[in-house]
Design a protein around this ligand. Structure first.
Ligand SMILES: CN1c2c(nc(N)[nH]c2=O)NC[C@@H]1CNc1ccc(C(=O)N[C@@H](CCC(=O)N[C@@H](CCC(=O)N[C@@H](CCC(=O)O)C(=O)O)C(=O)O)C(=O)O)cc1
Ligand SMILES: N[C@@H](CCS)C(=O)O
Ligand SMILES: [Zn+2]
Length: 758
């Protein structure tokens, strides 16, 4: 019989119950007991949704982040988390977001650095290492969840992050070698595994997605050493790899002394045969046969066609699962009653993906005839999607074919453009600006909700958003910022908003996916050729510019970020879809310029995260990604200043590609890492403007003028001051006005001090 299991279930809840429970707790409106009860209720519901599986994951649930959970399990908690006392939950949220309920806004506990989880739009809290780091086992979280699962009769497969990936994801704070910590870390892992065995656990899933990246010889050796040291400890280990092929790490992974290996067969299908050949006869092979990262229905016939021979070969040794944790897809398609029925019939969310798994296992074990009806329905949906007239638009194909190299070129080099721009913009040194969004208040969200429900007409909604824009412009003028923004009040999300206005996109009503902590996104569904039927932002920006004499930045999301943060069609290369998006954004850029907008920001927040995990594929990706940005951005005159913005990015290894984007100004996230990201600019003379983020917008703490000054002085020591801009890390939509105003006041004051000292 084929064993079915799941690597992880979305934990935010079909209705974002966890989000609301967390935010109530943080605001002091709910107790810790109430939060824990909500969390337990969600876990029970999620296990019930997985009851048809042979093994359900336990420990995949998290109140904020699974990497932070692992840090607590390993007793590896930054000392500052204990500084104000409190419960372990208080300490947990201090690391997660710099503040526990009841803590004063002293800004003294800085939140742990947050960065992207591999190539996804999920963020984890980075473990902080130094030479003195110690570990100590704390099983409390896993124990509680295991008990709950056992009480509910769940066949539990605990999930832990493996030692190699845990070290790999962390950062050394003092330059010491992370791998030197491996022996101490392994002692705690051995204890954890032994404890799991003592709890009667049969299998434990040990996640090692780092094996899908290009590892150097030392890390590969460390992997071997780690699993050799863990051999004989605990239950049977299922080593889980995902997000891509293992490449040269495949023999290493297959040779480890573990009881089973999980391979992402969606992205590494070509490695299945080699894995079978390399594994020992007693080892199981778990294949990720349902895409855990996208929302298209699995083509069950095509999957069975290659899986049936594998099953005949492996028999009991074959397990099947989604390719990775289902954290990256929404919970349940059943809630989507407003989607066009044709498009809806092409989709599968987490619950539906598990049903696909059940059908596959049934067909493998009992023959296709056993699930014939479901297979026929699946084939009909897959065929309908392939043949649908909604997908292809000849006009878009013609426009893409007509792209010329000149479309990606500005008329003059940056230095020359800068002279023209300076004459038009007349900005001071250390110009201050923000990244685009201002607080998305309850009033704004409720107005949008009423508009969606038909309770507020278009004129009423426009008036409400214009009132927000007026407030935002007034506040920025009062603060003395130099380049203003309209505040993005009218946008539900920087990607979904544009998707809603482009042909080729569909939207879910409730397809929430966790981005970080309590924050979620609803990735739009890019199913067909993309076209911009009409301008998308021009009226809002024109209105905002009419309210002020200061320059107003036009604000757009770039093609690569639209691509990386959408659920994207899988019937053509991503590069082709990205070019279509680039043409749509280019039209918008040119319309903004025609409307008199002198600065246009094209956010490419997701450019870095889209980088393939394996290095040998970087050049190809960067080639088309940079080209797409340039097509979108470069159809403007020299006097128009193009900005771009990126968050959570390591730039060291792609700085040349970033320079090749040739934006006049780039604003980047740097504050949580103490400007470490500026290392990229050492030794590489980046010629254009740079705004290193000096205010960590993900934390409710207010940065002081002195903290901001210190960061800017650090930046000015490495980058010529004439190139520097002063701005927050990212948009301010998650913050409240009471938080934003003092922080920006301090930021503007810091810029003035720098100017006076210059
Ligand atoms: C910059 N970031 C983004 C990423 N990905 C994106 N797709 N977008 C991004 O901006 N990745 C990296 C980072 C991640 N950062 C964030 C930051 C903030 C959020 C966030 O705030 N998400 C919101 C949901 C946003 C949204 O879609 N809002 C809608 C619906 C609002 C809503 O919940 N309405 C209520 C009714 C009103 C009420 O009572 O509050 C409802 O529907 O029930 C809108 O504004 O219309 C979040 O709440 O999590 C995400 C990623
Ligand atoms: N303009 C967007 C960028 C976020 S990455 C914002 O300010 O929210
Ligand atoms: Zn950002």
């Amino acid at each position: 019989m084929t064993t079915t299991h799941n690597l992880g279930f979305p934990r935010i809840g079909a209705w974002r119950e966890l989000k609301f429970a967390l935010e109530r707790y943080w605001q002091g409106a709910a107790t810790a007991g109430e939060l824990e009860a909500q969390a337990a209720g969600l876990r029970a519901r999620h296990w019930a949704a997985q009851s048809a599986l042979d093994f359900a994951p336990v420990g995949d649930f998290s109140l904020y982040d699974q990497v932070l959970d692992m840090s607590f399990t390993l007793g590896h908690v930054p000392a500052r988390a204990h500084s104000h006392g409190g419960s372990p939950l208080d300490q947990y949220f201090r690391v997660a977001r710099g503040r526990a309920p009841g803590d004063a806004d002293c800004g003294c506990v800085h939140a742990g650095e947050m960065t992207k989880w591999f190539d996804t739009n999920y963020h984890y809290i980075v473990p902080e290492f130094d030479a003195a780091t110690t570990f100590a086992l704390d099983t409390s979280r896993l124990q509680a969840q295991l008990r709950e699962a056992q009480d509910l009769g769940v066949r539990a497969k605990p999930v832990i992050l493996g030692p190699l990936t845990y070290l790999w994801l962390g950062k050394s704070k003092d330059g010491s070698e992370r791998l030197a910590l491996l022996p101490a870390l392994l002692k705690v892992y051995a204890g954890l595994l032994d404890w799991l065995a003592s709890e009667g656990v049969e299998w434990v899933q040990v996640d090692e997605p780092a094996l899908a990246t290009s590892l150097d010889a030392r890390w590969r050796q460390a992997c071997q050493d780690a699993y050799a040291a863990l051999q004989g400890h605990g239950p049977k280990l299922l080593l889980a790899t995902y997000f891509g092929p293992l490449g040269e790490n495949l023999p290493l992974a297959c040779g480890l002394p573990v009881a089973g290996l999980h391979l992402d067969a969606i992205n590494a299908g070509h490695e299945v045969a080699s894995a079978i050949a390399l594994l020992a006869p007693q080892q199981i092979l778990s294949l990720g046969v349902v895409d855990g990262r996208n929302i298209w229905k699995t083509d069950l016939h095509a999957t069975l066609a290659w899986l049936e021979p594998v099953q005949r070969q492996l028999q009991e040794r074959l397990w099947i699962a989604p390719s990775c944790s289902l954290l990256h897809v929404p919970v349940d398609l059943e809630l989507e009653t407003d989607l066009a029925p044709e498009i809806r019939s092409w989709l599968a969310f987490a619950v539906q993906k598990l049903e696909e798994l059940r059908l596959l296992a049934s067909a493998l074990d009992h023959g296709r005839v056993k699930v014939q009806e479901a297979l026929l329905a699946n084939a009909a949906a897959v065929d309908r999607r392939r043949a649908s007239k909604r997908v292809h638009q000849p006009e878009v194909a013609r426009a893409v074919a007509a792209i010329t190299p000149e479309m990606g070129q500005r008329s003059s080099p940056h230095a020359q453009r800068l002279t023209e721009q300076a004459a038009v913009l007349n900005l001071p040194s250390y110009p201050t600006t923000t990244i685009g969004s201002f607080p998305q208040t309850l009033d704004i969200r409720q107005a949008r909700q009423r508009h969606k429900r038909g309770e507020l007409d278009a004129a009423g909604y426009r008036a409400a958003m214009q009132a927000e824009i007026r407030r935002c412009v007034r506040e920025q003028e009062a603060l003395g910022l130099d380049v203003l923004v309209h505040g993005e009040a009218e946008r539900n999300d920087m990607v979904e908003y544009f998707g809603e206005q482009l042909e080729g996109y569909a939207f879910s009503a409730n397809g929430w996916v966790q981005s970080y902590g309590s924050r979620c996104v609803k990735p739009p569904i890019l199913y067909g050729d993309v076209r911009r039927p009409r301008p998308m932002t021009v009226e809002w920006i024109r209105y905002a510019q009419s309210l002020t004499d200061k320059p107003m930045k036009g604000m757009l999301t770039g093609p690569v970020t639209m691509l990386n943060w959408s659920f994207v069609r899988d019937d053509q290369p991503r590069a082709a879809t990205c070019r279509q998006l680039a043409l749509a954004i280019r039209d918008e850029v040119q319309d903004l310029e025609r409307a008199g907008v002198r600065i246009i920001q094209i956010d490419e927040a997701a450019l870095r995260e889209g980088l393939p995990l394996r290095r040998e594929r970087w050049d190809e990706y960067l080639g088309w990604a940079v080209e797409s940005f340039r097509i979108a951005a470069n159809g403007v005159h020299d006097a128009t200043q193009i900005h771009t913005h990126m968050c959570y990015s390591e730039f060291n290894d792609i700085i040349e590609a970033i320079a090749a984007m040739d934006a006049d100004v780039i604003t980047i996230e740097t504050s949580r890492s103490g400007l470490e990201l500026l290392d990229a600019f050492d030794g590489f003379r980046y010629p254009n403007g740079i705004g290193p983020g000096v205010y960590d917008i993900h934390s409710p703490n207010t940065p002081s003028r002195e903290q901001i000054l210190a960061l800017m002085r650090k930046a000015a020591a490495r980058i010529p001051p004439a190139q520097l801009w002063v701005n927050p890390d990212c948009g301010l939509k998650t913050r409240r006005w009471e938080e934003v105003l003092p922080a920006l006041e301090n930021m503007v004051a810091a810029a003035r001090t720098l100017r006076e000292a210059a």
